[in-house]
Design a protein around this ligand. Structure first.
Ligand code: ADP
Ligand code: MG
Length: 731
């Protein structure tokens, strides 16, 4: 009798919504917003005027921070943090394993007289040396230079999490190579700022800075903690490696935007309040398509901060879910047969004067500006579509992409009928010849001038597109739910910046030939429209016709993550990233290796867990049930010596069927172990990943098929693992 499964199910059904005893409740959301963040108002309060001005200028202008000022900021931070109950501090960073890392130190120290004091100095704020030898480095940190250090990122404010003052930092090796996501992200943001500003010189001379904005939407599953603990595959791999589909899951589409179960909404309220205290402007919550799947989204922010906030909210949700008897799953495909989870990255560019560069304006001039940024973004995606796919590729995300629930593994851009028509008209009506005044007027009034009124009600949605324009921003939908937002943002920022710089050069050349600015811009835009045309697609991204059409257009279709990782090393990628000083060749190669390494580890862990479950849980259960069938058949034979064969034909058939599945499972598990051993002999990580992908991974699916068949045969009372129908419907 599988006690654990039924005990877990009993616990799950009897749980009631957790009353938060005041915690997670709040009188006014405005009052609690950012109370745990050392933001500008707090800096102003705790710093001298001179120090405040100095630090703000350094942050806004990206200048080096004076040592003396750093000392003053540190002591202000310490005073504020201690007042709010903090006892420890940590440098908080994003190593390349995709999680966050921290090592806490107490403020407490002992002075020369042996008395306890609280210390937090400028140098402790500015730099730390965590023992980081176990973070992935892709060979950058060999044993002789095993040290890495973290350095303060003053553009992302410090915050308090559970009595610890957390200081966002970059993480680099002693030889200066980036070991994290933040370092190249910051470089890409600075590059985009510079490039966009240079193009803005044509339109808007007031802007002094351009920010990339990011508004992520985070999908996730919730599962009852007891059921989670009764599923070793979920606990160790984050996804179910077996489990027959429930008779009902998402067919009726009754979960999407349905009412939120009480236990879930108690959890949501709780983490939202905690998120708001951390300055994360969380705004939206709703059910998603699959049962037990949900989504949250904040108001967009400057991209570096938004990336930090996404990392932060994932760890916050994980922690708070436990207090509600839940586990939160960020895996891209926790359950077979129903939708997986993604993370939509809504991206745009915004000036310090508050103009969204991807928002159509009210005048033809503003619209020309809008079109310039829109069209150049499309071209950037066109030029680096493969690398963009690479940036979001991972073993778990490959279960989701191209599965008719998330974008295909083909990159394309959707802009909607109206804008497509505008781009097509620009392509047809503009020539390299000087325009007549009439032509100019027509272009300005009929094409460019018309954008806002028609766009307002025409931002049609195409959910099958990986990169869709949604009225005032692009939405990159291929990002995986567990992945870092930083990786795709680095590529997108850099690709767009690079294209804007090229565009600026082109336009300047035309202007130098004596053509007026507006006309030069329009002529160059037409060229860019033509050059990037093949990336535009308005149809159904899930259809076979698109797969065929994309192949005809020569667009990359990369569904295998190992192939996607290779895009890091394409000549065009190396040129883009190294040429613009975002990542060196060595850093890129390291990142490539790390992705392969993580792939190997994920498949290896899944293969081990599956082998264990198959041999130690499933086969013994199947044998036990088979034995009851055998004694039943024997009994029938004894009682009814003449008719037993007819009477026992169902049992007989099952006994054989069970044997066949047991045989297949044990045989395949042995094979899988052999293939693993072979792959483990290989030193080269890329070759090893290849072997894991080709020889080990397929067994995970094929073994599962037999187990899922057994689940349908074996007496429900005997089945050891919680079933899909039990896990997927929270009461
Ligand atoms: P939907 O599910 O329809 O795409 P949501 O409201 O769930 O819409 O999410 C929209 C996301 O887009 C939010 O995170 C929002 O902050 C973000 N967003 C809106 N405007 C911008 C912008 N200019 N730049 C970046 N993100 C934006
Ligand atoms: Mg969206």
């Amino acid at each position: 009798m599988p006690k654990l499964r039924f005990k877990a199910f009993g616990e799950a059904t009897n749980r009631i919504p957790v009353d938060m005893n005041g915690e997670g409740k709040a009188e006014s959301l405005v009052d609690i917003f950012a109370i745990n963040v050392f933001d500008r108002p707090k800096m102003k309060k705790y710093l001298s005027e001179e120090a405040y001005e100095s630090i703000i200028t350094s942050i806004d202008e990206g200048k080096k921070i004076d040592r003396k000022i750093a000392g003053q900021v540190a002591s202000a931070m310490k005073a504020w943090a201690i007042e709010r109950g903090a006892t420890h501090y940590t440098h908080w960073f994003h190593p390349l394993n995709g999680s966050t890392a921290e090592k806490h130190d107490a403020f407490l120290s002992i002075d020369i007289k042996g008395q306890p004091i609280e210390v937090f100095k400028g140098d402790m704020l500015v730099q730390q040396e965590p023992d980081a030898s176990s973070f992935p480095s892709g060979g950058i940190r060999n044993t002789f230079e095993a040290r890495g250090y973290t350095a303060w990122d003053p553009t992302s404010p410090a915050f308090i999490l559970e009595n610890t003052l957390c200081i966002p930092t970059v993480f680099v090796s002693y030889t200066g190579e980036a070991l994290d996501f933040k370092t190249p992200l910051l470089k890409s943001l600075a590059l985009l700022d510079k490039a966009a500003l240079s193009v803005l010189e044509y339109f808007d001379k007031d802007a002094r800075k351009v920010y990339a904005t990011l508004g992520w939407e985070q999908e996730y599953f919730l599962i009852d903690e007891s059921l989670y603990n009764a599923r070793p595959d979920l606990a160790l791999c984050g996804r179910t490696l077996m489990g027959h589909a429930a008779a009902k899951d998402q067919q009726l589409e009754d979960h999407y935007f349905g009412s939120i179960p009480a236990r879930v909404s108690a959890f949501m309220r709780h983490f939202e309040v905690e998120a708001l205290k951390l300055g994360i402007p969380i705004k939206t919550r709703h059910n998603e398509v699959a049962p037990n799947q949900f989504e949250c989204a904040p108001i967009f922010e400057e991209a570096n901060l938004a990336v930090d906030h996404n990392q932060l909210i994932m760890s916050l949700m994980d922690r708070i879910a436990r207090q509600h008897g839940f586990r939160v799953l960020f895996h891209e495909k926790p359950f077979k047969g129903i939708n997986g989870s993604g993370k939509h990255n809504n991206w745009s560019m915004m000036t310090d004067t508050g103009t969204n560069l991807l928002s159509p304006g009210k005048t033809p001039k503003n619209n020309l500006q809008f079109l310039t940024f829109l069209i150049n973004t499309i071209k950037a995606v066109h030029d680096h579509s493969a690398l963009l796919l690479g940036s979001i590729a991972s073993e778990p995300n490959s279960h989701r992409l191209g599965a008719h629930e998330a974008p295909p593994a083909i990159m394309s851009v959707f802009i909607g009928k109206t804008l497509s028509a505008v781009l097509d008209e620009l392509e047809q009506k503009v020539t390299d010849q000087k325009m007549t005044p009439d032509e100019k007027t027509e272009l300005k009034l009929e094409i460019i001038g018309k954008i806002p009124e028609i766009l307002l009600d025409n931002t049609d949605r195409n959910r099958t597109s990986p990169f869709a324009f949604t009225g005032n921003r692009f939405e990159f939908r291929a990002v995986g739910s567990s992945g870092s937002c930083a990786s795709p943002m680095i590529v997108l920022n850099t690709a767009v910046a690079n294209q804007l710089m090229k565009f600026k050069d082109e336009v300047d050349k035309v202007i130098a030939k004596g053509i007026k600015k507006d006309e030069a811009i329009i002529q160059c835009l037409r060229k860019v429209i033509i050059e990037s045309k093949k990336i535009r697609f308005e149809g159904n991204g899930y259809s076979q016709e698109w797969v065929d059409e994309a192949a005809r257009r020569g667009l990359p279709n990369i569904s295998n993550p190992l192939e996607a990782f290779k895009t890091f090393l394409l000549d065009s990628s190396v040129k883009l990233l190294t040429g613009n000083g975002i990542l060196t060749k060595r850093e890129l190669e390291a990142r490539y290796e790390i992705r392969n390494e993580i792939f190997v580890k994920k498949v290896q862990i899944e293969a081990r867990v599956l082998g264990d479950l198959a041999i130690n849980h499933i086969i013994p259960t199947a044998i036990a049930y088979q034995n009851t069938l055998i004694s039943n058949v024997k009994g029938l034979k004894e009682l009814f010596p003449n008719e037993w064969e007819k009477l026992a034909d169902h049992q007989h058939a099952l006994i054989l069927e069970i044997s066949e599945h047991i045989h297949a499972i044990s045989h395949q598990v042995n094979e899988m172990i052999e293939r693993r051993k072979e792959a483990n002999q290989v030193e080269d990580i890329v070759e090893k990943a290849h072997l894991y992908g080709k020889n080990v991974k397929p067994y995970i699916e094929s073994i599962r098929t037999h187990i899922d068949k057994l689940e349908m045969i074996v007496d429900d009372e005997m089945w050891p693992l919680p079933k899909y129908r039990e896990m997927l419907f929270i009461r």
